[in-house]
Write a protein that binds this ligand. Structure first.
Ligand SMILES: [Ca+2]
Length: 69
């Protein structure tokens, strides 16, 4: 369970604004964190709310990376 720190991403005081994630990053459901796609559905909760592991059954079964083949 890694705590991700992105010091380069400055979150303004407006908390209702979801965090802008860089390419290759997925926003957590709480909109406060970004998680690398390699950390999505890896079985560990990287988001505080664990939302990076949400819906992984469908995500993994359909295989989002298999689209590339
Ligand atoms: Ca994860």
């Amino acid at each position: 369970q890694s705590q991700l720190h992105f010091s380069s991403i400055s979150v303004p005081s407006v908390k209702t604004e979801p965090v802008k994630c860089r390419k290759g990053f997925k926003a957590c459901k709480d909109g406060l964190e970004c998680v690398m796609y390699s950390h999505v559905c890896d079985g560990e909760q990287d988001c505080k709310d664990g939302s990076d592991e949400d819906g992984c059954e469908t995500l993994c079964k359909t295989g989002w990376f298999s689209w590339q083949t």
